[in-house]
Each structure stands twice: as C-alpha cells, then as structure tokens.
Design a protein. Structure first.
Length: 483
C-alpha cells in the first residue's frame, strides 16, 4: 500500500473520448463500473473482468486502494487483467505523456476510481459502447441491461435491472438503501445548511449514510414504541438509546446517521418523535456488533446494532423541527418501499432465468426436467406473477408521481406485501429445481431468498401493510377514515 504510484493519468476528458475507439479495438472488453469501497470489500467481483473503465475523477487515495486490489488479484485471480482509467485527477496529480500512458497499458498498471451519481448517465453510455465489443459475456449483459434501463426505460426498469444483476449493484449507481431515503429526507425536510453539509456529498457518492429507527427492546413496527430519547440541553440535543438493523454502519465511508427518537413524551402520540442528524464520529456513538441475515453478511455492507450513549449534537442538526419525526418517516418510507419492490422484481427475474436454464439442462426419469408437467406449471405461474407484480409496482409509482406518496398509501402497501411474497415463491421454486445446489453457496439463490425474506419485515411487516390496505378499503365503504 505504501508503494510509489507512477500512475498514467489523463487530465483531458477529450483525450479519453479520442482513445475510446482504440480501447475498443485493442481489448476484448467487459465494462463494469464499481465504487471504491465495493472493490475494497469485494475484489473478487473483478475476477472475470478483462478491462474496467469509468470516466470520472480519481484521487491518490483511490490509486493506493487500487494497489491493494491488484495485489489480491495477482494472488487469487491471475487471469484477471483489470484496467481502470480516470479522465481527470484531483489535486496532487500531474499530466503524463501519451507515450507513458500507452506504456502503462503494456505493463497492465491498474487503477480504480470512485463512482459518483453525476457520472451515471455518461458511465451508462460508456458501458453500452464497450459492452458491444463483448456481447457473449454474462458480465457484459448485466452492464448492458442496466445501461439500457438508465438511458431509456426509467427508474423502475433501472432498479429492476439492478435487482437482477446482484445485491451489491444499487450502490454502483448511488441509489441503495438507506442512502436514497436519506437523500429524500434531506431534500424534502432539510434546511439549506443541512443540504450543503450532507445532501450534496451524499448525492455525489462521496459519503454514505445510515438510518436509525428500529430498536431491539420494543416492537418497532409500531413506531410509537420507540424509546430513544432526544433531550434539548442549551444549544445541543443529547441522545440516548439503542438501535439495530442499521444499514451501512460497517461502510468505510459512512459519515452521517439520521436518528429517530422522542423529544417530548408528553405530546400527542404522533407528535412525540423527532429526527436528528448525527455524525457517526460523534463521541458516544458506537457500533456494538454486526448482524447477519440467515447467516449472511447482507450485501453490500450489512447491518449493525448501534448504541448512542450521551451523544451530543448541535441543535441545528434537528430536521424540520420537534415533533415531526412521524411525518418525516412517512415521507421517507413510501418511496423507499417502492424502490425495494422494483429491485425484488429483478430478483425474481434472475431466479426464473436460473430455474429455466437448470430445467432445460437436466434429465430425470428419462426425460428433460423441463418437460415434466409440474415444472411447466411452476414456470408459467412464475412468469404470470412477475408480470402482475411489475404492473402493480408501475401503478404505485404512477400514483406517487400523480398524487404524492400520502395519497398512494394503499398502492404502496399492496406492492410491499405482494412483491416479496411473489419473489420468494419464484426463488423457492428455483431452489427446488437446483436441488442440493440451490441451498448451497454455489448459486445465488439461497442468499437471494434470505435477502428477499427480510423485506416481509423491513420497512414495515406484511401485517402492518395489510392493516393499512384493509382500513383504507373499509373507509371507501363508510368505515372510519384512515389518518
């Protein structure tokens, strides 16, 4: 890691464009765009990649990380020859000559760059261009699907493509949970100072964030049970409590957490709670332990149990004002739920694809397994149910666009219940098709099942969503209105 960095660095974006065609003809390419922390934590993702290119900024810290990744690859994946080029380098690096740049290719010097949201569209275009050179590669197909979704089909299709590609993929495009929800909170409820300090770097992919709401000691599906205290003390708030299932807390770039707790236990039931911004390096803020999901460290980073012990933050870190915690939570969770459901459709598509490949390539009782009628029924039901859920997701998204999340409560609740249940059935059938391999680590199915199963609990359990659906339905027929 301390080795000198003699990096071939391009500071002119136009030069990168000019070299694009040369790259295409010079290499048999697969292009995958990954953020710095993903490569640090999951370097094996590069094991089957020929060349990796992303046109964005590069720092010297990134180059040092690249050296560590290169060391891992040389030992564990000698067939890999990744090359990551930056078209612009931040302060501290200088230009080099074209000859030095070309020589570096011969030496297979490796670089990597941090991914940021501003570069998403350009990266997708770049990916589409290079992927055309290697259409037979599965990795290329993944990138092509995501690029096509971003460039043409809209957010829903892009999220579905990410869900299909892999559990780590949303972070590549800076739209993973809980960051997207926290961006929405800061956009809708944060003041100018909070947006400058936290929203801008979060949207640029420079930092990661966490959302601390659920608590181990109470039934947090009823958020009025939350016990964490947020007490005003002069120009500060002092926070005490214990949270868990706090996603991103093991992330090397996590910098800020939004914490929900009670500021006034004597107020009306839904006016007791508030939300406050807590930098993760604040004294008294500590990760107690990391949690597993069915034994898996859930991608991309996992979840933690967090203790807040007399954590003191400035009063200006309070979001929107005291007593508005529930309002903020509802504004945040609606869009977050639909994002999960979009990705779940992709998970189901991936499971169905794997299932069909397995059935068409295995024989049992003297005929292709796909020809057995029970599997024809399961495949047909999987396709039908995926299409139904996709349309439900699209309708809910349309309702949010047209009338806002508050007026799309029923549609959001419906898809939050239906999509994970549907995907679990498809994944379960795929596991059955694979037999013993399906419950092993040799396929992604077991981890997919574990992840999707959590979504029947995360962001509200099925029972709470069904309660909302039923009460809204009763209200249509003269029952008590739902607040």
């Amino acid at each position: 890691a301390e080795a000198p960095i003699n990096s071939p660095l391009m500071t002119d974006g136009s030069a990168f464009v000019q070299l694009e065609e040369e790259f295409r003809h010079a290499f048999e390419m697969t292009v995958i765009d990954l953020p710095r922390n993903m490569l640090i934590n999951y370097p094996h993702l590069l094991a089957d990649v020929s060349v990796v290119v992303l046109a964005t900024e590069m720092t010297l810290a990134s180059a040092r990380d690249a050296i560590r990744i290169l060391a891992w690859l040389k030992t564990n994946a000698p067939q890999a020859q990744p090359l990551i080029v930056a078209n612009r380098v931040q302060a501290g690096a200088g230009e080099i000559s074209r000859a030095d740049f070309e020589a570096s290719i011969e030496r297979k010097i490796n670089f990597m760059v941090p991914f940021d949201q501003k570069a998403a569209i350009n990266a997708a275009k770049l990916g589409r261009t290079f992927v055309d050179a290697n259409r037979s590669s599965k990795a290329a197909a993944v990138m092509r699907d995501i690029s096509s979704a971003i460039l043409g089909a809209g957010e829903e299709a892009a999220a579905e493509a990410m869900g299909k590609a892999g559990l780590w993929t949303p972070e590549v495009f800076n739209c993973n949970a809980p960051d997207t929800g926290n961006m929405e909170v800061l956009h809708m409820y944060g003041n100018a100072g909070q947006q400058d300090r936290w929203l801008k770097p979060l949207m640029a992919g420079e930092i990661r964030s966490a959302f601390l709401m659920t608590e181990p000691e109470v039934a947090s599906s009823d958020a009025t049970n939350i016990q964490t205290s947020i007490v005003r003390d002069g120009d500060h708030y002092v926070i005490n409590g214990r949270k868990w299932w706090s996603t991103n807390m093991a992330h090397p770039n996590v910098a800020i957490a939004i914490v929900m707790g009670k500021t006034d236990t004597g107020a009306a039931t839904h006016a007791q709670q508030s939300q406050v911004l807590v930098p993760t390096d604040t004294p008294g803020f500590r990760v107690e332990r990391m949690l597993t999901v069915f034994g898996y460290d859930e991608k991309p980073i996992g979840h933690a149990e967090v203790v807040l012990d007399n954590v003191r933050v400035p009063a200006e870190n309070l979001i929107a004002g005291e007593g508005r915690g529930f309002e903020i939570a509802q504004g945040r969770l609606g869009p977050g739920r639909i994002h999960h459901c979009m990705r779940v459709i992709g998970c189901a598509e991936r499971a169905l694809e794997l299932m069909c490949e397995r059935l068409l390539n295995r024989t049992a009782f003297k005929k292709q397994i796909a020809e057995h009628s029970v599997w024809e029924q399961r495949v047909a039901e999987a396709r039908t149910n995926i299409e139904m859920c996709r349309l439900m997701v699209l309708k809910a998204a349309w309702m949010i666009d047209q009338a806002g999340a508050k007026n799309a409560k029923s549609e959001i609740a419906q898809i939050k219940v239906a999509a994970p249940r549907m995907a679990l059935q498809v994944i379960d059938d795929a596991i059955q098709a694979f037999g013993g391999a399906g419950v092993s680590g040799d396929t992604p199915l077991a981890e997919l099942y574990a992840t999707v199963r959590t979504l029947r609990i995360a962001d509200g359990p099925d029972e709470v969503h069904n309660r909302t659906i039923a009460r809204l339905e009763y209200a249509r027929h003269g029952g008590r209105p739902v607040k």
